[in-house]
Design a protein around this ligand. Sequence first.
Ligand SMILES: [Zn+2]
Length: 140
Amino acid sequence: MDLRQVYTQIIKEHNGNGYHKHHLKAPTDSKEGVNPSCGDQITLELKIKDNVIMEAAFTGYGCAISQASADMMIDIIEGKDIHEARKLISLFMRMIRNELTEEDDIELLEDATALKDIAHMPARVKCAVLGWHTLEEMLP
Ligand SMILES: [Zn+2]
């Protein structure tokens, strides 16, 4: 599959605007994630209080998919408790690995559903999951 087919407007928009691409004032945790196979790097910052992700932001560089995916992820995990965030990470991973079941409702992933076709592009999977893997490792 040609990469252009998944470069939808939504991916361009998140990569170009980076709505959540900045530093938090007082993060409770931060973690770096790297994807050497593409040269992607992100540092995710979280502010967690009473098991709720109050705020999240990231900085980094790399391909449009890695940066847009982190931005889309933060859109949906801000305000969620850790249990809900874990469920969303798991849902995203199943979507990217083409392992969705009938019970899965990918609409919960909002803009991140634009990355669905990455499941057919093994070389880009690590780009798409970089932010989500980093978040998973940070959750207490
Ligand atoms: Zn990449």
